[in-house]
Design a protein around this ligand. Structure first.
Ligand code: HXC
Length: 516
């Protein structure tokens, strides 16, 4: 008898949970859009069989909110915890089958609860977004829910890694939760916008498609909102797992160390060919990174945006490091507004999560021009200085070739408390290039010479001999050593081993004020 009563209860529970999981029609509707369901996504994201749902029986306060439709358990979002690469992680996945994944009061409560748990237990939080935004029927309760999510995002910032994954629509102010997190992934089949095509048409009298307004390409290449653009749901979730393999669970712990297979003493003679001696010849700095890092592996962040600056994660002798490198292949590696913003954000992430920063410099200077000045290169360049100065993680740097002017100062220099700075023997470290310097310093000298061209050449050669080398900086201790390119990997590893125990503290303050 007792057993049959229990069976009744269990059957009742099962029926409720089956309702929460949705119908075959719901699942088919989502598949027909080329997308997976919330639960399928979570199964792929987490280590097999480890995802554990919570709050599956949460419901909206009133059926009125469901627009007269039968309410369903879960309120349009699946939350829970599990393991990713063996590390505890919390997640929320919006369920597009319930009122378009729109966010109501209880839906928001579930997300905020999961975020607070992630902060409390020190584990990463991942949001899988697929939603029509604020649930229209719930009005201000829905808007209030967003505000609480934003607040939790800010509270979690720099404490636990936060990753947003956009796998469908992400409309209206809803975009601000992803924008407050550390990394944003988008699939090709997703979009983010503040004001949709209808509003753009009404206000601006302009026809624009969803993809053109806020598709994955737009946010990866133009706005910089998206850090990783992926083909579809599956590829996206695999990449999220890969990114997490470089991050610690929280700011109190170190990133995951992996016993290295690559030799710590490995010489890299190929570097001598990879970087052309001719300072005007471009090359792909990613090849230098691959040559230096363990097993040639590099996870590039923000790959399609501000391509003149390359940032991303790799391992050096098993330890996770963050790379910040000028890319001579794009704009000759000059620093511009977008590159400054990109580098500053990445440096702050590395600093927050105890990831040492390795800077590879080959930079002719800041990008000149009216666009840059009007766009605020002063304000935005300052962000990068601020980020480097603020960072207390080990900061190692190698000058591969050019290191000119302001660009020298702002990228991990001694003045910004760079820990170990190396330069290759071909490095050019000076206020500006020889041609520019002679134009300013010796204008009259050249003009009045019997043979101006010959005099000019003589002065340029002289300047180059005196200043365009690493030895002036080495003689002042502004770089710590001039090294052979082939020794770069082993010396970076030795430097990293030394500096991993670095203890640097700031004077207490409420917070600094990073340039706007
Ligand atoms: C309630 C919604 C909804 C919403 C969609 N649905 N969005 N219900 N509130 N915001 C419902 C639809 O009525 C429909 O229900 C189901 O979800 C699927 O929607 P479809 O339109 O059929 O899907 P699709 O064609 O894929 O289009 C998806 C969409 C579109 C582009 C997202 O639904 C849309 O434009 N929704 C409104 C987007 C929006 O403007 N949101 C408010 C933004 S303002 P049925 O029953 O028919 O299946 C905002 C403020 C946040 O978010 C403020 C934060 C600070």
């Amino acid at each position: 008898m007792a057993n049959s009563i229990m069976e009744h209860y269990i059957e009742d529970l099962r029926q409720r949970k089956a309702i929460a999981e949705g119908t075959a029609k719901d699942i088919e509707a989502q598949h027909s859009k080329g997308r997976l369901t919330a639960r399928e996504r979570l199964q792929l994201l987490f280590d097999p069989g480890t995802f554990t749902e919570i709050d599956s029986l949460v419901m909206p306060r009133s059926d009125v909110y469901m627009g007269g439709k039968t309410s369903r358990y879960g309120d349009g979002v699946v939350t829970g915890f599990g393991l990713i690469n063996g590390q505890h992680t919390m997640a929320a996945a919006q369920d597009a089958a319930v009122l378009g994944g729109s966010l109501g009061e209880m839906h928001a409560n579930k997300i905020v609860k999961a975020m607070k748990m992630a902060i409390e237990y020190g584990c990463p939080f991942i949001a899988l977004n697929d939603s029509g935004g604020a649930r229209i029927q719930e009005g201000v309760d829905s808007l209030g829910g967003y505000a609480r999510i934003f607040d939790a995002n800010c509270e979690a910032s720099g404490v636990i890694p936060q990753i947003s994954v956009i796998m469908g629509p992400c409309a209206g102010g809803a975009v601000y939760s992803p924008a407050l997190t550390d990394f944003v992934f988008m699939t090709e089949n997703s979009y983010m916008f503040i004001t949709g095509p209808d509003v753009v048409k009404a206000v601006m009298q302009e026809e624009v498609s969803l993809e053109d307004l806020g598709g994955g390409r737009v946010h990866s290449q133009s706005s910089g909102v998206c850090h990783f653009l992926t083909r579809d749901d599956r590829e996206c979730l695999i990449q999220v797992r890969e990114l997490l393999s470089y991050l610690p669970p929280n700011n109190q712990e170190d990133p995951p160390y992996i016993r290295p297979l690559d030799d710590a003493d490995r010489r890299c003679p190929e570097l001598e060919q990879l970087v052309p001696a001719d300072p005007y010849q471009p090359y792909d700095v990613r090849r230098v990174i691959s040559s230096l890092m363990d097993d040639g592996k590099f996870l590039e962040v923000h790959r399609l945006w501000a391509e003149n600056m390359v940032v991303g994660f790799a391992r050096l002798n098993g330890y996770v490091v963050g790379l910040v490198a000028n890319q001579p292949m794009v704009l000759a590696g000059c620093i511009d507004i977008q590159a400054s913003i990109k580098a500053a954000h990445f440096i702050r992430i590395c600093d927050a999560y105890n990831v040492p920063i390795i800077t590879l410099q080959d930079v002719p200077g800041f990008l000149p021009g009216k666009d840059q000045e009007y766009g605020g290169i002063i304000r935005n360049g300052a962000r990068m200085i601020y980020a480097y100065s603020e960072a207390t993680v080990p900061k190692l740097m190698v000058i591969l070739r050019k290191s000119y002017g302001g660009a020298y100062c702002v990228m991990s220099s001694k003045g910004l408390r760079g820990d170990l700075l190396y330069a290759w023997p071909n490095a050019e470290i000076a206020v500006m290039g020889a041609e520019g310097a002679v134009n300013i310093l010796f204008r009259n000298d050249v003009k009045n010479a019997p043979d101006p061209a010959a005099r000019r050449k003589e002065l340029v050669d002289d300047y180059q001999r005196k200043f365009n080398n690493p030895y002036v900086a080495a003689s002042r201790g502004l770089i710590d050593e001039v090294i052979e390119p082939r020794d770069t990997r082993r010396l970076l590893i030795r430097g990293l081993q030394l500096t991993l125990s670095k203890r640097e503290r700031h004077v207490p303050r409420k917070h600094g004020i990073s340039p706007a």
